[in-house]
Design a protein around this ligand. Structure first.
Ligand code: PLP
Length: 358
């Protein structure tokens, strides 16, 4: 359906760039359509099979409905996969913290492998690690570095292990590269997707797993009968009719993101190139980072620092910024540029900031 609605920004005083979610309003027509479903919330969702929802999701990604397991957000994929394939868990850090949290909840041994060297995030597992493991996480693009993981690298891992390889594609809409076409070729591949990040349904909780029918049946046994609520079930069908609205928004966010990366680097800090809706910035050290974080907060900008426990293995010299609207990112750049000027003038410990070369 062609949607003529313009993408209008919300206007707010404070700027919240901590959580990575869709920061534009949902199409007004979509909200209207959804509100007509409220009168039926006395009814249960479709339950067990969720066959209509599976069909919609399957058509969206180009697989069969037997390849789909709808879940209560993609966090639930992380939880049930961890419970279904128990054993040693390989986690490439720095990355999203829920892989570790779910492993801990199940009391599983974890192997955290540092993949960030010289400002490059590269997943490199040894043959021994791949032989021993039951479950391997690959976040693509990786949260928080925003790095896209090359397809050949994932295929290499799939071929060298008998463990279950889970590719978290919750930011697929920005990367536009997927492993979905390989679910029949590799029986140790599960893919996870989300409606939170890029469709604006974080509050409704809708995600899904994609794999071969045998894996999907196994995973389903670890979830509840009514995993997905009725409004989320209805929202999936409706939201996908507005793809052109979302595509315009994603393009806009990508432009804002790439401009933000350039501006941050011009100021002498180090912003990682990102294939997601957030950007990771590295400061000189923890001390500088803490000062900058405080400086931003005093100017109403809230972003996610490394010490907040949202990531496994991220140092205290990092802050992750979700990409908001242009005016929001301009405010961040203004605040950082003011910080740099004040350092140069000597108001703020001048010896701590000198432009760095990446
Ligand atoms: C990499 C990654 N995977 C999964 C999730 C979970 O998202 P949701 O449960 O909202 O689908 C998040 C949320 O922050 C994330 O960053």
């Amino acid at each position: 359906m062609k949607n003529k609605e313009k993408i209008k920004p919300f206007k707010k005083e404070k700027i919240f760039l901590s959580h990575s979610y869709f920061k534009y309003p949902l199409p007004a027509m979509l909200l209207k359509e959804l509100s007509t479903e409220l009168k039926d919330i006395n009814l249960y969702p479709s339950g067990g099979g969720y066959s209509q929802l599976c069909q919609v999701l399957a058509e969206h990604v180009g697989v069969n409905r037997e390849n789909i397991l709808p879940t209560n957000g993609s966090d639930e994929v992380i939880e049930i996969v961890t419970r279904a394939y128990q054993g040693e868990v390989l986690i490439p850090i720095p990355t999203f913290f829920q892989y570790e949290v779910s492993a801990d909840r199940s009391g599983l041994p974890k192997v955290l492998v540092n993949c960030l060297h010289n400002r490059e995030y590269n997943i490199n597992y040894s043959a021994k690690q791949l032989k021993k493991t039951s479950l391997i996480w690959i976040c693509n693009p990786n949260n928080p570095t925003g790095t896209g993981i090359p397809r050949e690298k994932i295929i290499d891992i799939l071929q060298r292990t008998k463990g279950m390889v889970v590719v978290d594609e919750c930011n697929y809409e920005y990367l536009e590269e997927t492993m979905v076409d390989l679910i029949d070729k590799y029986d140790n591949l599960v893919i996870s997707r989300s409606f939170s990040k890029n469709f604006g349904l974080a509050g409704l909780r809708l995600g899904f797993a994609i794999s071969n029918p045998q894996n999907i049946r196994r995973l389903a046994a670890f979830g509840q009968y009514f995993r997905v609520n009725r409004m989320a079930e209805k929202a999936a069908e409706k939201v996908l009719k507005y793809l052109d609205y979302y595509q315009k928004a994603w393009e806009k966010i990508k432009k804002t993101r790439d401009k933000f990366v350039r501006q941050i680097n011009e100021l002498g800090f180090f912003a990682y190139d990102s294939k997601a809706n957030f950007v990771l910035v590295e400061f000189r050290d923890k001390e500088e980072c803490k000062k900058i974080w405080k400086h931003l907060k005093e100017r109403g900008v809230y972003a996610l620092p490394g010490w907040e426990n949202e990531f496994s293995g991220l140092g205290d010299q990092f802050i992750r910024f979700t990409i908001g609207e242009d005016w929001e990112m301009d405010r961040v750049v203004e605040a950082l540029s003011d910080y740099v000027k004040r350092c140069r003038r000597g108001d703020l410990n001048p010896h701590r900031h000198t432009p760095t070369t990446p």
